[in-house]
Design a protein. Structure first.
Length: 218
């Protein structure tokens, strides 16, 4: 049985592993005690594939790339790999006290040892430059060549319009995707997708895979 491998940030991760956990718990309560299935779960079930979802909420593209590298030994011929790049300004630093990586992005709140807030703000501003896109593009070349050699189906995507000029988020909303805030009538203040959003995104990837393979996979 082949596997669907997914990598990314909170737009791919399970609700339980995403950063905005307090709001997600409210969402779960609003739904009567359960989360909806997310798009990787829906897609793997439809295609009769096992699921290896290595996405983590708040991840930078460095974490996403490392997750890909850490899982590459699991890839088998006929598997599908979907990589959702995060926002390009995100990065990470090492916590000197416990040796772990700390996620840094817009609205970060962590107190970082020996790194001033001014330094972090300057780095976030610097990373808004389009030059940083070249880094992701070089990774894609290597990833594409590796997946081709392993005979693994590969898809890249992102909601960051700095990476891909087409606005996928806008397109999915036009197809009926709703945020959690919209789904709950504002009772839960979160702009990630809710149940209908994940269904629309799953359908989008299903159609894309059918198009790439020039056949119906279901």
């Amino acid at each position: 049985m082949n596997t669907l491998h997914t990598f990314g940030c909170s737009y791919t991760a399970r609700f339980e592993t995403s950063g905005n956990l307090a709001q997600y718990i409210k969402y779960k309560e609003y739904r009567g005690g359960s989360y909806p299935k997310i798009w990787p779960e829906l897609l793997s079930e439809k295609l009769n594939l096992k699921l290896n979802n290595a996405a983590v909420g708040g991840a930078s593209n460095y974490e996403i790339l490392q997750a890909f590298c850490d899982n590459v030994d699991k890839f088998q011929e006929g598997d599908i790999v979907i990589i959702g790049w995060s926002y390009i300004e995100r990065f990470r630093v090492v916590d000197y006290f416990d040796g772990t990586f700390v996620k840094v992005g817009a609205g970060y709140a962590a107190e970082l040892y020996n790194i001033s807030k001014n330094t972090i703000d300057e780095m976030l501003f610097n990373r808004a430059h389009e030059k940083w896109l070249e880094e992701v593009q070089s990774w894609e070349k290597a990833i594409r060549k590796l997946c081709n050699s392993l005979k693994v189906q590969l898809v890249f995507w992102s909601f960051d319009s700095n990476i891909y000029k087409d606005n996928l988020d806008f397109d999915l909303v036009q197809l009926g995707a709703e945020t959690i805030a919209a789904e709950t009538g504002g009772k839960v203040h979160d702009m990630h997708y809710g149940e209908k959003g994940h269904i629309v995104q799953y359908e989008y990837f299903l159609q894309l895979l059918n198009k790439l393979n020039n056949k119906t996979l279901i």
